[in-house]
Design a protein around this ligand. Structure first.
Ligand SMILES: [Zn+2]
Ligand SMILES: [Zn+2]
Length: 358
């Protein structure tokens, strides 16, 4: 039975050492045995290799070893370990649980025939930027739900000794059908191909196998990103398993609209309103930019919709691009209401300009 497998097994004996062995001696014994019995060079030795791996998994970890020694000395109940039906089991369901690539972790450990090194998954996250930060560029951080393996259980999701190997497939995740001339193997229906199940979830990660804390990743946002753009951060995704490369992180950029500015490629556009008389007679106006305001000369007779260009006040220059400009569109304010005197003056102006007013 599950519990017997753990409590009754003498891991020291499995590794051929005494219970007073030092960490170094344990590791040395494990390395030697693992090499001797590795299934890749030694077909048919899966069982023995698995046994060695499991023993080292516990004895090679100071905390687990302590716990193991204690349970063996006092018995499981006294050491606070509930059996499969006890409260420690919770409603954890290994088969239905969302354990991601934990199965692969176990698969690798137990000599399953899956590829050993697996690239980590690509991750996606959203980044919300102000208009200004998108134009100027910024280095900021995004928080990601952790994909690091839990340090307590090394990503297995099980408390020490809380994992049992599937007795139907002996941890291989597949069962062989040796009838007929061709040996067929199919996914083990008992464990769903996981090779085993967790009977006591890891107390740190509640069985997820992932670090409970989140992870901060720095993102260098280049100047001039636009809404909807994707930034790819190589190797910042999920870590690979069994020495596989990490995946990539894709950051989807969202840029908030600005009350005063818009983008046109690497240029920034804005509008400045000048009074009618100022457009006729000429003036100067202060125009806000993303840095300090600039003073612009509005020539006499400037037409509504005229665009004035302020060089170099758009997206800053980069290795590939020249700096963008600030494009200022001039709007002219027409008075909405005139009193009698004003009306009479405008009529005089019209007459002087030979304009028809009916
Ligand atoms: Zn854990
Ligand atoms: Zn199985």
């Amino acid at each position: 039975m599950a519990e017997r497998e753990w409590f009754d097994k003498d891991y020291y004996k499995v590794l051929g050492i005494t219970s007073s062995a030092t960490d170094k001696e344990i590791t040395r014994a494990y390395r030697k045995l693992a090499k001797q019995h590795h299934p890749d060079t030694n077909p048919g030795s899966e069982e023995r290799f698995k046994e060695i791996s499991v023993a080292y998994d516990v004895l090679g970890d100071a905390d687990k070893r302590k716990e193991y020694d204690e349970v063996r000395r006092l018995g499981p109940a006294a050491a606070g370990f509930a059996g499969p039906s006890g409260p420690g089991t919770g409603n954890f369901n290994f088969q239905g649980g969302d354990l991601g690539d934990l199965g692969d972790l176990f698969g690798g450990l137990f000599g399953n025939r899956r590829p050993r090194a697996q690239r980590g998954a690509d991750l996606e996250t959203a980044l919300h930027l102000s208009f200004r930060d998108a134009v100027m560029g910024i280095t900021t951080a995004v928080n990601l739900p952790s994909n690091e393996a839990c340090k307590t259980c090394h990503g297995r999701g099980a408390a020490p000794g809380g994992y049992v190997t599937c007795e139907y497939c002996n941890g291989r995740g597949v069962t062989n059908d040796d009838q007929g001339p061709f040996a067929m193997s199919s996914v083990c229906t008992h464990c769903g191909g996981r090779g085993g199940r967790i009977i006591t979830p890891c107390p740190s990660c509640q069985g997820s196998g992932r670090e409970p804390s989140s992870r901060r990743v720095n993102v260098r946002v280049p100047a001039g990103v636009v809404d909807g753009q994707r930034i790819r951060l190589k190797a910042k995704g999920s870590p690979g398993t069994q020495g596989g490369h990490p995946g990539d992180l894709f950051v989807d950029v969202h840029v908030a609209p600005d009350a005063h500015f818009e983008r046109r490629g690497r240029h920034i556009t804005t509008t400045v309103a000048v009074p009618l008389t100022a457009a006729i007679l000429g003036t100067t106006v202060d125009v806000p930019t993303l840095d300090d305001p600039v003073t612009l000369k509005i020539a006499a007779g400037t037409q509504p919709g005229t665009t004035l260009r302020v060089r170099g006040r758009g997206v800053p220059a980069s290795a590939k691009h020249a700096p963008g400009d600030l494009l200022v569109s001039v709007s002219v304010e027409i008075p909405k209401k005139l009193n009698k005197e004003q009306r009479s003056l405008v009529e005089k102006l019209a007459a002087a300009l030979h304009e028809e007013i009916s």
